[in-house]
Write a protein that binds this ligand. Structure first.
Ligand code: MEV
Length: 323
């Protein structure tokens, strides 16, 4: 095949971040901001990667050297390790060109690394006709994330693959679609880029110092996630908002909220949101607020007045697909 292109959505964590790294459940939704990856044969038997969104042009590496080069630029590590893991699994060794494009900035914390990994692996599976199932795609993508980042629950990969809204248990032990027609959320960006691995490691150290207390916090977050899933089923948005606030309090106790995230969540609540919390690793990136139609513009203005940027995204987006 000449050229194959696939795209995968970014994600927003709704409930359960950090606890999900410790095998608890979370709720995640895919967003309508996608990353595309295209692959085509490279006649010189080399791997050539172009990723203009992260300023990488014509990066070349030998097929046999994939993943062995300590100099791989950060922006394309997931692509390089994804290729390596795919070739290893299917005993392939072919020159290939890869090009990636993103609808959204990697600054926002929508999971550009996971989306690019999923889109790449899907494009490869079509190009090489490997009949890779979604579950196998998840396993390959999860191995890639662990190879590059060392930590992570894989929730963002599941959102990229299956799309929609998912109940996800750490490492992919359970992945169940959750049905909701529309997520009435506002997304506020703090303007600060957070590093997920740093925050996960920070929580891990706290967990080592205070194992009993932190495990209890994770268990309470797990109860919030279970309750939130029930509330979605009953369309009880007011209670869902209350659960967001409780989740935010526990994330604060884990030390991952910041002054900016607090400012934006408090502004959203004071202007009438049902609830608000940080979304993702914390330390910056985004917060989400659950709002009625009547309060939406008030909440958006309050977030902007508190120094945030409102991002226009739709939740429940479709998962990975061929373009
Ligand atoms: C980061 O967006 C969410 C974390 O739970 C990490 C993960 O689940 O991989 C902090």
């Amino acid at each position: 095949m000449n050229k194959t292109e696939a795209s995968a959505p970014g994600k927003l964590m709704l409930f359960g971040e950090h606890a999900v790294v410790y095998d608890r459940p979370c709720l995640v939704t895919a967003v309508n901001q996608r990353i595309r990856a295209s692959v085509s044969p490279n006649p010189n038997n080399a791997v050539r990667i172009n990723a203009p969104d992260v300023n990488i042009r014509d990066y070349e590496v030998g097929v046999e050297d994939l993943g062995n080069n300590n100099q791989t630029p950060k922006g394309i590590k997931f692509v390089e390790f994804g290729l390596k893991n795919f070739f290893e699994k299917y005993h392939l060794s072919s020159g290939i060109n890869v090009e990636t494009h993103s609808d959204f900035s990697s600054q926002f914390g929508f999971g550009s690394s996971s989306a690019v990994t999923v889109a790449l692996l899907k494009a490869l599976s079509i190009q090489f006709n490997t009949n890779t199932t979604n579950q196998e795609l998840f396993e390959l993508a999860y191995k890639t994330v662990l190879d590059v980042q060392g930590v992570g629950s894989g929730f963002d990969l599941a959102a990229g693959i299956w799309g929609g809204t998912l109940y996800f248990v750490g490492g992919g032990k359970e992945i169940t679609p959750v049905s909701i027609d529309h997520w009435p959320i506002v997304v506020g960006y703090t303007g600060i880029k957070a590093d997920t691995a740093t925050l996960v490691n920070q929580v891990s150290k706290l967990h080592q110092r205070q194992p009993t207390i932190i495990d209890q916090i994770f268990d309470t977050i797990a109860s919030i996630v279970t309750k939130a899933k029930e509330c979605i089923g009953r369309n009880n948005l007011e209670q869902l908002g209350e659960l967001m606030n409780l989740n935010q309090g526990l994330l604060d106790s884990l030390g991952v909220s910041t002054q900016q995230l607090d400012n934006l969540t408090i502004a959203a609540r004071s202007s009438g949101a049902w609830g608000a919390k940080l979304s993702g690793a914390g330390g910056g990136d985004c917060m989400i607020a659950l709002v009625s139609n009547q309060k939406r513009s008030l909440v958006e203005s309050a977030i902007v007045s508190a120094g945030g940027q409102v991002l226009t995204v739709e939740a429940n987006a479709p998962g990975v697909r061929q373009e």
